[in-house]
Design a protein around this ligand. Structure first.
Ligand SMILES: Nc1ncnc2c1ncn2[C@@H]1O[C@H](COP(=O)(O)OP(=O)(O)OP(=O)(O)O)[C@@H](O)[C@H]1O
Ligand SMILES: [Mg+2]
Length: 312
């Protein structure tokens, strides 16, 4: 165990039926390498929280196996749970205890000896240091969420689950979070997060998974995904109004704006530059002159919406 070559998280043939018979997870197979950042995207009710809850030992699997760093989540529960940090989706912190004590206590729960220096470092990184002596119940919602993150980091986990860590938080916390994620990754921590903010996945993930109706419908390297499914557009602002796209250029499937002053050429990254060169040549032949040229690329958001629509 503890070998760097082995996946840190291995899920095999995982199914989950809730009492009542509803199947929330369908034959999930997934391997995550040490130090990866994986973003799980999916509509409400897709099964993201259920998946995380199984790995963290909060929900029992109906069948299948899950191992963390080579340890089985059921047989070696205490071991796997001590490796994992979890920032849950729901806010449950409401106590008279202070921020510092709450976070320190959390560390103790996982059998780690007290380490005030570490707690201080975590609280500072989350801009919670000036609140360390405040009672949890006096904090705002966003501050409570910061405390949840601090608790999850209190025992120095090497696998961190963030279940919608930035839902309902302000821009500052989101930016702090992203920074913390990058720092943790540099330390070798593996991070799995769910999010509805696609820009968040775009910003921090190495791999993107999409879950829909309890199934993983896609799991792919982010760069590859964007290159494969991302569309690019070339937008030409014309000098003179055009009444129609010339017949000779029909193959490019250009779109002409209503005012006749803009031509849009849509291409995938595979159908690369050769198309653009040919387009330029043809424009010249037809005597179409443009005064400006811009490109746009589809965002992960558009890719995601298309995928979920296709699979439903
Ligand atoms: N304890 C439970 N008993 C029965 N059904 C449940 C239970 N918990 C969740 N479910 C159902 O399982 C499905 C998956 O729920 P889950 O919370 O995993 O989705 P999610 O992807 O996290 O959604 P969201 O984006 O809204 O957080 C949903 O249909 C939900 O109603
Ligand atoms: Mg959820």
């Amino acid at each position: 165990m503890n070998s760097d070559e082995k996946p840190i998280l291995r899920i095999k043939g995982l199914n989950k039926f809730y009492s009542g018979g509803f199947q929330a997870l369908k034959d999930i197979n997934l391997e995550i390498e040490k130090g990866e950042i994986v973003a799980l995207l999916g509509p409400n009710g897709a099964g993201k929280t259920t998946l995380i809850s199984v790995v963290c030992g909060i929900v029992n699997p109906s069948s299948g196996t899950v191992s963390v760093d080579g340890y089985d989540i059921i047989k070696d529960f205490r071991k796997t749970r001590s490796i994992i940090g979890l920032v849950p989706q729901e806010l449950t912190t409401d106590s008279f205890e202070t921020v510092f004590n709450t976070v320190g206590f959390s560390r103790g729960l996982f059998g780690k000896p007290p380490n005030d220096e570490h707690i201080e470092k975590v609280l500072r990184s989350l801009s919670l240091w000036n609140k360390k002596d405040d009672m949890i119940m006096t904090l705002s919602g966003g501050m409570k969420r910061r405390v949840l993150i601090a608790k999850a980091l209190s025992h120095e986990p090497t696998v961190l689950f963030l279940d919608e860590p930035t839902a309902g938080v302000d821009v500052n916390l989101r930016k702090d979070m992203w920074e913390i994620v990058h720092e943790l990754k540099a330390e070798g921590v593996t991070i799995i997060l769910t999010t509805h903010y696609i820009e968040e996945a775009e910003e921090i993930a190495d791999r993107i998974g999409v879950i829909n109706n309890g199934e993983i419908i896609l799991m792919e390297d982010k760069e590859k995904l964007m290159a494969k499914l991302g569309k690019k557009q070339l937008i030409l602002d014309l000098c003179d109004r055009l009444s129609a796209v010339p017949e000779s250029m029909a193959d490019f499937e250009l779109e002409l704006s209503d005012n006749g002053l803009q031509l849009v050429y849509t291409f995938t990254t595979q159908r690369d530059r050769t198309g653009i060169t040919a387009l330029m040549d043809d424009l010249k032949l037809e005597g179409i002159v443009f005064r400006d040229l811009n490109t746009t690329q589809s965002s992960l958001e558009e890719i995601f919406v298309n995928l979920v629509e296709e699979s439903s």
